[in-house]
Design a protein around this ligand. Structure first.
Ligand code: GLC
Ligand code: CA
Length: 526
């Protein structure tokens, strides 16, 4: 069977935060054998690409985004053998796994950093970014760390042994490696090869804007801005042209393997031209984070979607996501809002990314202070990231079927109804809405390959068609609080999916009434 080289453009991605997916050995923390056991569920749901957040050896100061060994599985998550078993099962099912590559920084406990900090002249002395203090003892420049909502901290941390500062752009426990050192770059490229050789289909690349820094370490002109603006407008600390060269070199490694994909964590507010620079240098998809930070209104959709589809989307593959491990879940939009989000995500032209539990409508859990885990404040959500990282809800039973013991983060209070087992039985559940949307996407070429035309509708209705050959689909979303009536374009239309009820495949007439916050997918009779 020939492989579909466009799998990452047509298929649906699902992000797993391994700590929170399924706990196979009942220590309260999700693990790789747990993922393996749940692959059948993802196959049932219709997923094609799986992105796993880090499971590499780590002291877990940032729950795996602080790595001490890129080439091994942390014992809390299992072993390399468990990884291989997971790969084999996913291949059997036709699921393609991509990993999280964290190339900008390691843990301060990584042996590379331990050696680097031991003296000014050891073999790895230059593997990290070391600078002398200013004469008054202050940090070498005004660059800021971003693990805080406001830029309250310097990006420089002091080291007593070397009597120098090291750069740590995210947090002091995550020192930045020095990409200008060819040995460092080669070591990271070896990491890519190691996992590609083990069968992974690509990488989500963490903090990709940051790889290269100004060689002269000049002060940022804009360091009084808030974090989001700092990241998009920085001219010395990040956003350097050398980074694009590194992206290109990573692409060359990836191209030794067929149809591998790279997705980049670029700044949430980057202008589209900045995102296109990455794709021109071989990054397949810089994440489009707009939907994670904007309100779901007609005004927002009108201002963003068409421009994104025509400016960015004619040159590179568009992509959409409403949530991830750093930002709040889509239920922040309320239940009808989260349903509209699901419909948009799975019908807009582009690759959809579903964060685990979104398909259930999991809530953002109010974690009491004594149970909080995230040591960092999220610069986007304005608080801890714990609320959106709670355990996946599988059953109405003890601990939501995630584990047989108290999980590392508390469960959502509503898990008795919001869980896979119960929702599978209820055609009106969020899960079954996701399933219908994904099934429809899989069976209609217009959804996987069709172009998109945004149409004009009155009131709070937003809509677009997706078309390929004779296959035409019309999506209508009422984003307002009152019922609207919509004049349908010419042709005979049938209702395929509504966000509000499970009724399907019924002919509809124009003008079509749409309830408040209702979204529908209509199919044209050919
Ligand atoms: C990225 C990750 C985030 C992590 C940070 C530092 O933003 O998504 O979870 O804390 O990088 O690696
Ligand atoms: Ca476990």
């Amino acid at each position: 069977m020939s492989e579909n080289l466009n799998w990452w453009k047509e298929g649906v991605f699902y992000q797993i935060y391994p700590r929170s997916f399924y706990d196979s050995n009942n220590d309260g923390i999700g693990d790789l054998p747990g993922v393996t056991q749940k692959l059948d569920y993802l196959k049932w749901l219709g997923i094609e690409g799986l992105w796993l957040s880090p499971f590499f050896e780590s002291p877990m100061d940032d729950f795996g985004y602080d790595i001490t060994d890129y080439l091994n599985v942390d014992p809390i998550f299992g072993t390399l053998n468990d990884f291989d078993v997971m790969m084999a099962k996913s291949n059997e099912l036709g699921l393609k796994i991509i990993l999280d590559l964290v190339p900008n920084h390691t843990s301060y406990k990584h042996p590379w950093f331990q050696e680097s900090r031991s003296s000014r002249d050891n073999p790895k002395a230059d593997w990290y970014i070391w600078r002398d203090a200013k004469p008054d003892g202050s940090p070498p420049n005004n660059w800021c760390a971003i693990s805080s909502i406001k830029k309250i901290g310097s990006a420089w941390a002091w080291d007593e042994t070397r009597k120098q500062y090291f750069l740590a752009s995210f947090s002091p426990v995550q020192p930045d490696v020095n990409w200008r050192n060819p040995e460092v770059k080669a070591a990271i490229m070896d990491v890519l090869r190691f996992w590609l050789d083990r069968g992974v289909y690509g990488f989500r690349i963490d903090m990709i804007d940051y790889l290269s820094k100004d060689a002269e370490f000049r002060d940022e002109p804009s360091s009084t801005l808030e974090a989001k603006d700092y990241i998009s407008t920085a001219v010395y600390h990040l956003n350097q042209v050398e980074t694009l060269q590194y992206v290109h070199e990573m692409r060359q490694v990836m191209d030794q393997y067929p149809a591998r994909v790279t997705i980049g964590e670029t700044a949430y507010h980057h202008p589209l031209e900045q995102l296109l620079k990455f794709t021109e240098h071989g990054l397949d998809m810089p994440f489009n984070f707009r939907f994670t930070i904007a309100p779901l209104t007609k005004a927002f959709l009108e201002s963003f979607v068409k421009t994104y589809d025509t400016t960015f989307g004619t040159k590179a593959q568009p992509n959409y996501s409403f949530a991830n491990h750093d930002v709040l879940r889509a239920t922040r939009l309320g239940d009808p809002g989260a349903r509209l989000a699901a419909m948009l995500l799975l019908t807009l032209r582009g690759t959809p990314f579903i964060y685990y539990g979104e398909e259930l409508g999991m809530e953002n859990v109010d974690v009491p202070p004594e149970r909080r885990q995230d040591p960092f404040v999220s610069y986007e959500s304005g608080g801890t990231r714990d609320p959106n990282r709670t355990p996946m809800q599988w059953t109405p039973g003890p601990f939501a079927g995630f584990s047989t013991t108290e999980p590392w983060l508390p469960l959502g209070l509503n898990y008795a109804t919001i869980n896979v087992e119960v929702e599978k039985q209820n055609p009106n559940s969020m899960l079954m809405l996701y399933k219908r949307l994904i099934d429809f996407r899989q069976s209609h070429p217009a959804m996987r390959q069709g172009h998109m035309t945004v149409l004009d509708f009155m009131g709070d209705v937003y809509g677009y068609t997706r078309t390929v050959n004779d296959d035409q689909v019309l999506v209508l979303l009422n984003l307002g609080d009152v019922e609207e009536t919509v004049d349908l374009p010419d042709g005979e239309w049938s209702l395929q999916i509504s966000t509000l009820h499970a009724q399907a495949d019924t002919a509809v007439l124009s003008p079509l009434p749409l309830q408040a916050h209702e979204g529908v997918v209509l199919l044209k009779k050919s």
